[in-house]
Design a protein around this ligand. Structure first.
Ligand code: PLP
Length: 357
């Protein structure tokens, strides 16, 4: 008897490997450094804004997320019709592929990069074109430009790149954009934008204003500490933003997610001070690792990449023993988030012992 069959591509969708929760160890605080989350608890005013939303859970959210659009437009000085909010920037990636790719169309991106990319691309029956990152974890933008064929519809630039860490510079992005045909959509995934401290950083807003084919994707999950609520936004020229809104899941962004995002934008200065503290911790970790002989790719997000090859699983196990859970990529390396100072101390200690083995 025949049974309903999903599209053939569904079986090809790679699984998303979520960061593991911390292992419970009696007498020891364990830390989760496996999902690039913000270690700070929510700010008080944000919790209260969410509580007001909780009382209205019998009602659908505002489908137009009107107050959130207004807050984003004011904060970033862009028109509301250049915005599209979504259930996290993962939601945006799905929507971008759905809106711009027919089955078999190509999406070019660096690899290794964010693991949700090939999932969203395969789910839409589009084709992934993976361009290996350079030895120092940077995007090979020349090779990515060269990989754009007649079938390419979208290019993803992940900056800072998850999981390797480095960012592209504005000059590099400008040089790349000059080579990309104007009908190819360039997605600049700025999930970790707030953590970038470098010379010639990308100014995403100025960049999208100069190009009709550039979309920025951003999230409240990392710097703003709202990973559990699923809210992100895209900034793009009006026709691209309209296409994203057209394919969005109706009522996708919940009442409490909208409330938390608005309250967070109101407290942006306070949140960005926390980001400064995390960046200071990142610098401390990098200095500790250098001292121990580690040469990690320049981390511009809230995480550090260890290239470990076949030693990856052993490193993850050693970290786990020390009470920190990292995100191993089997046979390649481990990504470790910057967390609480004690967690970062343990990382420095574990990595220090490791390099001396
Ligand atoms: C974490 C992350 C996102 C954001 O995901 P959300 O769906 O907004 O939680 C997007 N891109 C990259 C590269 C990320 O690491």
């Amino acid at each position: 008897m025949s049974t309903p069959q999903p599209r053939a591509t569904v079986a090809e969708i790679p699984p998303y490997v979520a960061g593991k929760p911390p292992t419970v160890r009696p007498g020891m605080t364990s830390y989760k450094l496996s999902s690039n989350e913000n270690p700070y608890p929510p700010l008080p005013g944000v919790v209260e804004a969410v509580q007001a939303g909780v009382a209205a859970m019998n009602r659908y959210p505002d489908m137009g997320s009107a107050a959130l659009y207004t807050a984003l437009a004011e904060t970033f000085d862009v028109p509301t019709d250049h915005l599209s909010v979504a259930t996290g920037s993962v939601g945006l990636i799905y929507q971008l592929v759905q809106a711009f790719c027919d089955p078999g169309d190509e999406v070019v991106f660096a690899w290794r990069s964010f693991e949700a990319y090939p999932i969203a691309i395969t789910a839409a029956a589009a084709t992934s074109v993976k361009v290996p990152v350079l030895a120092d974890g940077r995007h090979d933008l020349d090779a990515m430009a060269a990989a754009i064929t007649d079938r390419a519809k979208v290019v993803l630039v992940c900056t800072p790149n998850n999981p390797t860490g480095p960012s592209v510079t504005q000059a590099e992005l400008d040089g790349f954009l000059a080579k990309v045909p104007s009908h190819v959509l360039v997605v600049v995934d700025e999930a970790y934008l707030e953590f970038v401290r470098m010379d010639d950083p990308v100014d995403g807003i100025a960049t999208y204003r100069r190009h009709d084919n550039v979309v920025l994707t951003r999230t409240f999950s990392k710097a703003y500490g709202l990973a559990g609520f699923r809210v992100g936004y895209a900034v793009a020229p009006a026709p691209i933003a309209a296409a994203l809104r057209a394919v969005s899941l109706p009522f996708g962004v919940s009442t409490i997610a909208q409330a938390a995002a608005i309250a967070s934008l109101e407290r942006r200065a306070e949140l960005l001070e926390r980001v400064d503290a995390l960046v200071a911790e990142r610098d401390r970790v990098v200095a500790g690792l250098r001292e121990a002989g580690w040469d990690v790719p320049e981390p511009q997000g809230n995480f550090v990449w260890f290239e470990l090859g076949e030693r990856t699983a052993d490193f993850a196990a050693a970290a786990d023993e020390a009470g920190i859970v990292v995100r191993p990529f089997a046979g390649e390396g481990a990504r470790v988030s910057i967390g609480e100072p004690e967690a970062n101390d343990r990382l420095i200690a574990v990595a220090g012992r490791w390099s001396r083995l």
